[in-house]
Design a protein around this ligand. Sequence first.
Ligand code: C2E
Ligand code: MG
Ligand code: MG
Length: 609
Amino acid sequence: MVGRVSRLRRWLGRIGVRARGRVPRDRLRSTSPNDVERVRRQYQESEQRFRALLESLPKVAVQGYDRDRRVIYWNEASTTLYGYTADEASGRLLEDLIIPDEMREGMIEAHRAWVEEGKEIPAEEIELEHHSGERVPVFSHHVMLGEHTDSPLMFCVDVDLSDQKRAHRDLAFVTHFDTLTHLPNRNAFETELEGALESCLRRHAGLALIYLDVDRFSEINDALGYEQGDRLLVELARRLGQEQRLTDLISRVSTDEFVLAFPGVNQREDVHRLIGKVQQALRRPFAVANGERRISAALGVSLFPENGLSARELIRNADVAKNRAKLDGPGGLQFFQQHHHDELIREQRMVEQLERAIEHRELSLHYQPQVSVASGRIENLEALLRWQPRDSSAFVSPGEFIPLAERSGLIHRLGDWVMEEACRQQAAWRRAGFTESRVDINLSGRQMLRSDTLARFEACLARHGLTPRDVGIELTENVLIEAEPQVLEDLRRLYHRGVRIAIDDFGTGYSSLSYLKHFPVTALKVDRTFMRDAARQPEDRAIMEGAIFIGHRLGLEVVAEGVESAEQLDLIREMHCDLAQGYFFYHPMPAPDIQVLLSDTAGWSASPS
Ligand code: C2E
Ligand code: MG
Ligand code: MG
């Protein structure tokens, strides 16, 4: 905008009006009357051009004032900017029109000094007054025409800065605040928290930080739409803010995550009281378009100074605690503990190692036979992934690295490897004449979220020349319940092609059995915890019996997992369970051992392990 003003000055020069309008009087004095007339005419013409120019600038407000600062000129843009028409303004004093009270004296003096002493008023950014009394930010440039004559005219060229100021304010807002909830954003919060920590340090006071993460917020968004999701977040921010004292801090740090800081909190009871308040804010249902919605959130707590001295460290540790709380299920609460952090570091290292496990050939499959309870024959082999890092003599348990691979997304690569390896091995066994038993692979939840997983599975079978009966899959109940319609459609297609589909760990996930009839499955694998306790606990025994009964009524094959003793075998035999898998028969073992076993057609009745 300064550029615009200097451009205006250049135009003035081009059309014959010298900057600050100094009339060349010396030249006038030393020339003839004709010349004087010619120059005067030229001057009048140039002044007309000047006015025409001023009128044509819609964005630049130009006002002219006489020696007494009375308005002699007022263009359209001035009317727009200050709210007075040219008629209203004409003849009135500058200081009575647009000069705010506090600038009045200074302006009169500056004008006098220019007229009498030639002291120019510099261009500047100021706020003048609109007709309505509102302030108008402008960049104001001043031009004096006829400075040394009896009637010096001051022209003010004002450029409206409202848009720029607004943009500036908006920018300042978005760089510090969250536009949805109007709470400080993470950066602003961190800065505020640093200040609060310094003050706590001086006062030897503590501080509690609570990290809040709304459970399953994406489901709320999916079910109700973003607008309702936003509405809920705004309401939550309002409720959380309501509980705050002046010194407390609160921020929305990401979509559904808030951080709250409570300076001056030293006692455990006080921390628990604060947590209670936050939980209270969550407890009441939230109004949404078609009624009400209840929500819960995971809370992670870190304390100053025990869990960190800097804002960043405290926020990170509360975040670590919150992630722990998430594992406890909806509404979880955890205080930060150093070993959480250590575990996180260990997990990160493990993920890095796992990333290289395939190329380092550290993965292998072990196979665990499932035997017919009635005949003892080996029917199927469950492929179980094994990982032995090359610098370690021990296997890492899949119970440990599979969840990690799921969280980090590595499961897709591992899953592809398992599929490929299981198919390769099964094809090799088929070629070697072992045509009886099927191999089953485990597919995890995250793998099934990818819509092409089952298509890849089919492609893998085809690539190895296998039929749908050669390799089956195991899925947990939750995977089926949470599956997208497209995935269920694909499963149905596989089912009709003859692929065996088993529900793994049955009984641990979903509590209703009625869903079973909706899914394309061929077998139930009753979770081993029921088997473990069935001999002693009548409830577990009843559940096993119930599962076997219902499975059979639905035409499904039932497998008992974790059979470790003859007693357990007797139990499931009485219950007419179809298949058994467990250490009583075989541990999972590498492919060459399986091959030896398969060569011995006698099965487990001759050689239980
Ligand atoms: P799962 O699919 O339920 O596999 C059965 C687990 O029970 C295996 O543990 C097996 O070694 C163990 N097991 C078998 N018989 C007995 C017994 O008599 N007593 C006891 N206490 N345990 C028995 P593993 O191999 O440690 O695998 C654990 C879990 O890791 C598996 O549970 C499965 O959920 C997952 N997993 C293993 N391999 C893969 C894989 O290739 N892909 C995916 N996505 N998950 C896998
Ligand atoms: Mg399994
Ligand atoms: Mg299982």
